[in-house]
Write a protein that binds this ligand. Sequence first.
Ligand SMILES: [Zn+2]
Length: 133
Amino acid sequence: MFKKGQKLYSITHQKCPHCHEGDFFEGSFFKAEVKERCPVCDSPYTKEVGFYQGSYYVVYALGVAVFVAIWVFIELFLPWVGFDGILYAVLTALIISAPFIYPLSKIIWANFFFHYNFGKTEKTHGETVKGEL
Ligand SMILES: [Zn+2]
């Protein structure tokens, strides 16, 4: 569906944002533990200490997206459901989607800052790329 080189490929396949080949998460997707470096291209997955705290903004945005989607769906297709019904539906959807939203937010956040550069040499934070002096 998405091709290598597109950010959505990295996000949907949980791959390294730099090379789109190495795994992004340590172990299970649901544990949401990000590896320190890519096992394929050896690029770092972080820019600074606490880098992934910014992913909470993405969690918030995804939560709002789930809320709006449920709300619009109910307003369009189930108009007889009242406010309480919408509230319970949104809460249920958020509880069910939370284990997906949290790890997803981390890889989306990483893709804001890291770009696909497989096959190109690029300095990342003063580190020299192999073969370069
Ligand atoms: Zn990589």
